[in-house]
Design a protein around this ligand. Sequence first.
Ligand SMILES: [Mn+2]
Length: 459
Amino acid sequence: MRSPIPTPWSYTKPLPCARSVRALGSQRQGHDGSGILDSTLPASTGYAQAQERYAEIGVDCDAAIGRLASVQISLHCWQGDDIGGFEGQSGDIGGGLAITGNYPGRARTPGELRTDFEKAVSLIPGRHRINLHAIYAESGGLRVDRDEIRPEHFAGWIDWARESGLGVDFNPTFFAHPLAEDGFTLAHPDEGVRRFWIEHGRACRKIGAAFGQALGSPCVTNVWIPDGYKDLPADRKIPRERLVEALDQVFAEPLDPACNLDAVECKLFGLGSESYVAGSHEFYLGYAITRRKLLCLDAGHFHPTEVVSDKISAVLLWLDRLLLHISRGVRWDSDHVVILSDEVREIAKELVRGDYLGRVHIGLDFFDASINRVAAWVIGARAVQKALLLALLEPAERLRQLERDGDFTGRLALLELLRTMPSGAVWDRFCETSGVPSESSWLDEIRTYESEVLSQRQT
Ligand SMILES: [Mn+2]
């Protein structure tokens, strides 16, 4: 289906790459799954039996694995250090965010964070991306404020990403800063404060474009701001008007979409902004449609029974591209570690059934300091991949036919049948041909890493 609105780039073909990505010392090459998988490995009896079972309902397991291998997940760096960053400032993170837990072994330096990240991606099948926040700049000990950061402050990340064969996504950091302490940034009533944050947003887009240019893969630069009120506002309108104006200034400079893609992310509420958030869903949906931006849907940023899975096919009628932040809301918290929950499965089904994998950028967004942080990345990323695999193993056309025929009994029965199909053997095969440990053995590597590396870190 064509988008009703003409757009600056076409989703019918992949975004052009400035340069091809170099994947050093890794079998994980290629954008389509070819070259990532070692399909010459003999199949286990379990996989052969699973293939037979799925073939009976018209599903090709090898094809599902091949498609899954081509899906990149953008792993958020901030799970590795509790959103600490490297600015050297101590104090509250602010922004309505809170980290709970004090598990030992937090990454304290860029080198430690990268080493931890490398360990995580070595346990996740496929080839993926890292999602950085602006506070992860490396300024060589000099104090560089947020409105003055430049691509050179991320040279270490660019070199490392290139050598590791990783794509990079980026985020301006509109929190954990003295000028964000009263809860407003781009919608701040003070023009000077607003100006500071506008300059930060502009600087970050250029950094995003530098990542995209250097790595040959567009960087999604996502804007999320905390702006809102704890208690009932007297004026909901004016902050939103200020926010539109400020965002327009942030995005004023045209950038090549082959290098940088802008996204905007809404939130329902945060700690200290329970009654009003200027950047609500309706606000950013309208903004993204009229300004041709990506909309970011964070699974934890809506009412507890409101689901992102139902929004995907609605918003993609009006938008070319979407950024997903897969997270897990639990009561007041929007950021629990992702697991193979019903909602993550529904999201994955929507992406596959709607043929949206080429138009949706998948990222993770959670932080949990109460468990091993490297394991948290692995659990979250593998859960999303398992959900995608389950979606790819659906007999989609058969389900649609039952629905067209009005046979809702058959539709429900088939959906239930799918729950007990031997998908685990297919997942094991994907891990094996990707050269990563199976579901029952990856944690052993984390335990070893914890005793040899993480436990040596004194805070
Ligand atoms: Mn998010």
